[in-house]
Design a protein around this ligand. Structure first.
Ligand code: 2P0
Length: 329
């Protein structure tokens, strides 16, 4: 038996979104993106290489992984094995506090934790940038979950230049003090995977070229806002960028629509809270749930308002930590 390794990675929510790939095989995104890693949701993954195992196996939250999940893990471990020069199969056991497949970035924390644990278990000595590039191959947004706080993922033009890195200024209690209220409207699996929806958007939406051009500009403007400690500008850009991402997928054929009437209801509420003098901004991923960015000091009031007297589940989150390998390796 070879030593196992365990890693913990936190979920991230993009403020400037990744939507569409320029290269599927290498998982190169069409645009750069900017995200906030959250302390509220994380995945803990243990990889145990086993000389006696004939194939890779896995569990997710204590149940055997589905065929589709095992295929994705196996492909990822193939990449790790090729880098490590190993032929050992492994068991992968992952426990997540993120509702799987509900547009709450379960694959980001999942594949970042898998990358960290697999690299350690197979003896790869990777610096954080190399780990981010490796995690990207499992799931694009996982590149960002290697780091805590605010993170930029440079789109790059090849495997070496497409990596994430931390952006100073995202610390809790700092001048920007970013925080998030996650409004959980539906924690069930989504109707179409983001991978498939992105592909359809790239292939059929006439809005896609404008989306990529304007997102590159948004990332630059957001980084300026972070440097200036200007949360209102960052928030307004984030809300607009999310709406543009959904506009580009609504332009696909057949259209991709993750919103429900409840999603629109929360957008209305966020607008009303701003009008009442409570600064907060909405963002939406590949699912109906709405994440609301605000300053840490306003988080209790924002969460209280969105919870509708406690009838709705709202999870509060502050900037989360870097990926860490917690055992073995
Ligand atoms: C993001 N999302 O930037 C965007 C916004 C969803 C909406 O990254 O195909 O699961 O594995 O690279 O990383 C979700 O996409 O997709 C995602 P793959 P991933 O957070």
């Amino acid at each position: 038996m070879t030593d196992s390794a365990t890693a913990v990675a936190h979920a991230n929510i993009a403020l400037a979104k990744y939507w569409g790939k320029r290269d599927e095989a290498l998982a190169l995104p069409a645009t750069s993106s900017l995200s906030l890693t959250l302390d509220a949701f994380h995945a803990t993954t243990t990889v145990t290489p086993d000389p006696d195992a004939g194939e890779d196996t896995g569990t997710l939250d204590g149940r055997p992984m589905s065929d589709g999940e095992v295929v994705r893990v196996r492909r990822f471990l193939d990449l790790v094995r090729s880098l490590a020069g190993s032929s050992l199969h492994a068991s992968v056991d992952s426990v997540s506090t993120v509702p799987t497949g509900a547009g709450l970035a379960s694959s980001a924390s999942g594949f970042a934790a898998l990358a960290g644990a697999a690299a350690a278990a197979y003896g790869l000595d990777l610096d954080p940038r190399a780990l981010s590039r490796l995690a990207r191959r499992g799931s694009g947004s996982a590149a960002r979950s290697v780091f805590g706080g605010l993170v930029v993922w440079h789109a790059g033009t090849d495997d070496a230049s497409s990596f994430a890195e931390p952006v100073p200024g995202g610390e809790a209690g700092g001048p920007l003090d970013p925080a998030m209220a996650v409004v959980v409207l539906d924690a069930g699996p989504k109707s179409i995977s983001s991978r498939e929806a992105m592909r359809r958007t790239v292939e059929t939406s006439p809005f896609f070229p404008s989306w990529t051009e304007s997102t590159e500009v948004d990332v630059a403007l957001m980084l300026d806002a972070v440097r200036a400690g200007d949360l209102p500008t960052l928030g307004a850009l984030a809300e607009s960028n999310a709406l543009r991402m959904h506009a580009t997928m609504l332009g696909a054929r057949p259209p991709v629509r993750y919103w429900t009437a409840h999603t629109v209801g929360v957008l209305d509420q966020v607008q009303a809270l701003r009008a009442d003098g409570l600064p907060c901004w909405a963002t939406i991923d590949a699912g109906p749930n709405v994440k609301v960015l605000c300053a840490g000091r306003d988080l209790p009031a924002v969460a209280e308002a969105l919870s509708e007297g406690g009838t709705r589940r709202v999870v509060t989150a502050r900037p989360g930590p870097d990926l860490r390998v917690t055992a073995g390796g």
